[in-house]
Write a protein that binds this ligand. Structure first.
Ligand code: DGP
Length: 113
């Protein structure tokens, strides 16, 4: 997708600090970390909203979710981690390519954010 920063990262046109990659997904460190460990997991297919994904894209999201425990293990998040998917303006979604935030490496507290 033209002008999508995450598509450009997936294509290797913009550098990223990758922590995992396969044919379906990429995981890389967030440029503006909100926790000691902050990684983004993105399906390689471009879509912004869960509401608009097709069956194949839903399968990719499932694969991302299934892979996250392994990625978290590689990141040393043995104490746990928080996942966030921002959807739309009110959630503060700034990049319109679906992504799952993995946050951890510290006590995240009991509050949502
Ligand atoms: P969200 O608010 O859920 O749309 O989060 C988008 C995240 O993407 C935000 O935490 C910052 C991160 N981000 C934006 N541009 C780049 C980039 O060029 N490289 C990396 N690594 N992260 C980026």
């Amino acid at each position: 997708m033209e002008n999508c920063i995450f598509c450009k990262i997936i294509a290797g046109e913009i550098p990223s600090n990758k922590v995992y990659e396969d044919e379906d997904m990429l995981a890389f460190r967030d440029i503006n970390p909100q926790a000691k460990v902050h990684v983004l997991v993105v399906p390689k297919s471009h879509f912004a909203m869960l509401a608009e994904m097709n069956e194949a894209q839903a399968e990719l999201v499932k694969k991302c979710l299934q892979k996250i425990p392994e990625i978290a293990g590689k990141l040393g998040l043995s104490g746990g981690y928080r996942l966030i998917i921002n959807q739309g303006k009110d959630a503060g979604q700034t990049v319109h390519h679906l992504h799952i935030h993995i946050l951890g490496g510290q006590d995240m507290g009991e509050k949502m954010l």
